[in-house]
Design a protein around this ligand. Sequence first.
Ligand code: IMP
Ligand code: MG
Length: 173
Amino acid sequence: MSGKIEVLIPEQDVSARIAEMGQIISERYQGKEVLLIGVLTGGVFFFTELAKNITVPMEIDFMAASSYGSGKESTGRVVITKDLSRSIEGKHVIIVEDIIDSGFTLKNLSELLSEKKPASLEIAVLLDKPVRRQVNITADYVGFEIPDEFVCGMGLDYEQKFRNLPYVGIVKD
Ligand code: IMP
Ligand code: MG
């Protein structure tokens, strides 16, 4: 891979949008406490920035799921590789993930978590590629809808690299 990255969403736009999302979530959960569940690994960059922009009391936890090999296509098979460390029963849970693509990962995770009897369950993603959806699932909070391009940065990787880019870029082969 030549490593050419073209900027799709600049850093300032990413930050401004995440601040906005934090505000919307804070207003919606006024008077309540939330449990933010970050999906490792890709979700962490968005997760920390979003968490800092939410003003209601919160707890955090993490899960890891893997549905991808090393390439660009989803396998449809989702494996939980790290489970939650505490019960979510009765809590207002928000799953925080980098992107919703085919939808397999979040569909699986949200079904799994809803069986654990949270008081409520919502999904926040930084990016959404709606044209790629293969299962019926939508996120409650979406940072940006993007076209069908393989992107990296803000937690998203291409062959495990580029996660640390502070912007969202398109991987050019
Ligand atoms: P889904 O299960 O197909 O919705 O895919 C979700 C996971 O695939 C995300 O958590 C990402 O790790 C990965 N993914 C999907 N699209 C991209 C992309 O454009 N760049 C990097 N990773 C991606
Ligand atoms: Mg991921």
